[in-house]
Write a protein that binds this ligand. Structure first.
Ligand SMILES: [Zn+2]
Length: 452
């Protein structure tokens, strides 16, 4: 560098000297010469500094060579590796190490990808990267022969929260209106499940009803990868505003709760009448006591003297209050998209219970009797799950989970935080907001966040 400076100095000095010698020449010619001198100096500097600069550029574009193989149906690890020239011995070692060090056993067609990396096109493979789902990557080190060290790398998940609001359009469903509001399908289906015990998405939907949903979006390196969980829902239903909030209790169990901290998922009772004795269980086939031939018993019979009040097994809407030859007087309740219950052989119905009536859990819907095909007073009780009769005694039912007095104040704080985030995102739709952010001082851009 010093040498270069000296050369420039000498060149400049020489030019200045020659300019001085040309003392008598016209002023304009002198100016031209000076400009020329400056240009020569600049050119010299450019030449001297461009050489190392070009080398630096060469290093950046050094051509790391990638061969990317997407796993197809029928592919095996050994098939993919042998196609890249790995020996049987190496394949066996890699396979063993993948299981041992990276907990990797099966390839998923259409999802997993192999990236065989070479330092440049002429070098042997130096690394194998298996893209194993959006949040996992396995790297196999091919640097030391016969070692094949495998390492599972978890991709850092940056969970941000998104907010969408919408309104039921005239003649439209919640599903379509939510799609129009830009809500992802998976989130819409989660909202269905969440509110299913509170409202009937077929009959309780009216144009103009507004809904608000807060949910997670998972990012990796500033790119959205997938959606997470629903964090909060608010729905202006027929019977008023329904709200649900996701809350993680101290024991780590997460659940959804309404604005008062009551469990969002309401359950059904296996035995609507407390302490009633089962006289006949659920059976795929049994000899019918009246008909005499073998047919399925699609419910459970409980001993109940005539006139015993029959409570609804869960909240829902009465969809049948009728009589038929088999069931006698019966009531059918739809609880949500999944569950219906049926109560048969009633002596009479409860007052005010009609088709369309919304009943709460425990509300008396009728009184036991022996109407229809029955040998004596009892309650015949059915649970229908997704249109199929299931055994009320064994079917897996959602758990009732209300928050206790100690947890409720913590939940209320969390609920306020979620509502604040909703308001924040409603006012600033493009703001990057995370659950862990302080709602009072939200970070405005990606750049600011990355400093953390
Ligand atoms: Zn029965």
């Amino acid at each position: 560098m010093k040498k270069a400076k000296n050369i420039i100095k000498k060149m400049t000095a020489g030019l200045v000297k020659s300019c001085k010698k040309l003392g008598n020449v016209h002023v304009l010619s002198r100016l031209v010469l000076i400009v020329a001198a400056v240009m020569i100096v600049v050119a010299g500097v450019v030449v001297m500094f461009s050489k190392p600069a070009r080398q630096a550029v060469m290093e950046v574009v050094s051509p790391e060579h990638h061969t990317v193989i997407e796993v197809k149906s029928g592919d095996t690890l050994s098939k993919i590796l042998s196609a890249q020239g790995f020996s049987i011995n190496d394949i066996n070692t890699i396979s063993k190490n993948l299981k041992k060090d990276a907990d990797f056993a099966t390839l998923r067609a259409g999802r997993d990808k192999f990236d065989f990396v070479r330092k440049n096109e002429n070098e042997p493979i130096s690394k194998i990267v298996i893209e194993n789902g959006p949040w996992n990557r396995i790297e196999i080190d091919c640097g030391t022969p016969d070692v094949w060290q495998c390492q599972k790398i978890e991709i850092e998940r940056d969970t941000r929260i998104a907010y969408k609001e919408g309104e039921i359009a005239k003649g439209s469903s919640f599903y379509l209106s939510a799609m129009n509001a830009g809500m992802p399908e998976g989130i819409i289906l989660d909202v269905y499940d969440l509110l299913a015990f509170e409202m009937d998405f077929e009959r309780d939907i009216r144009a103009g009803q507004k809904f608000y949903v807060l949910y997670e979006e998972n990012y990796a390196s500033n790119k959205k990868v997938d959606n997470g969980r629903v964090l909060a829902v608010s729905f202006d239903a027929l019977r008023g505003n329904v709200q649900m909030f996701r809350y993680v209790k101290e024991n780590g169990h997460a659940g959804y709760y309404d604005e008062n901290g009551n469990g969002a998922i309401k359950s059904l009772k296996r035995t609507p009448i407390n302490n009633a004795k089962v006289t006949s269980g659920f059976a795929g086939k049994r000899k019918h006591p009246v008909l005499g031939y073998t047919r399925a018993h699609k419910g459970v019979d409980f001993r109940a003297p005539t006139g015993t009040p029959i409570p609804a097994a869960g909240a829902g809407r009465v969809i049948a209050r009728s009589f038929n030859r088999g069931h006698g007087n019966f009531v059918k309740i739809r609880h949500n998209a999944t569950f219906e219950t049926l109560y048969a052989h009633m002596s009479k119905f409860a007052k005010g219970v009609n088709v369309g009536t919304m009943v709460r859990q425990g509300q008396i819907i009728g009184y036991s009797g022996s109407t229809g095909l029955s040998t004596g007073p009892h309650l015949h009780y059915e649970i229908i799950k997704n249109g199929v009769h299931v055994n009320p005694m064994t079917v897996k039912l959602p758990a009732i989970d209300n928050l206790d007095a100690k947890t409720k104040p913590l939940f209320m704080e969390h609920k306020k935080m979620l509502l604040d985030k909703m308001a924040l995102l409603k006012a600033n739709p493009n703001m990057v907001v995370r659950l862990s952010d302080d709602a009072e001082q939200p970070e405005k851009t990606d750049n600011q966040k990355s400093k953390k």
